[in-house]
Design a protein around this ligand. Structure first.
Ligand SMILES: [Zn+2]
Ligand SMILES: [Zn+2]
Length: 71
């Protein structure tokens, strides 16, 4: 088993731009609603250690995405 890199997205392997991994107190991921699907796909070993990148974590929660309302 490999140690998850805290700066790399465990889902796609791209840099996740995580503020925590960069030594900051906050991260963009605190301000957004993570896609529960993406969270569920994070490997057990990487949970709580590595953030997903914005592309993977927020794809279902983009503010632009229009949500069809029930009529
Ligand atoms: Zn990713
Ligand atoms: Zn983060």
């Amino acid at each position: 088993m490999t140690t998850p890199n805290p700066k790399t997205c465990p889902l796609c392997g791209e840099p996740n731009s995580c503020g925590m991994a960069a030594g900051e107190q906050a991260c963009w991921c605190f301000a957004v609603t993570m896609d529960p699907d993406a969270l569920a796909r994070i490997p057990e070993a990487a949970k709580g250690k590595a953030c997903v990148c914005q592309r993977c974590g927020v794809k279902a929660a983009l503010p632009e995405a229009p949500k069809p309302e029930k009529q």
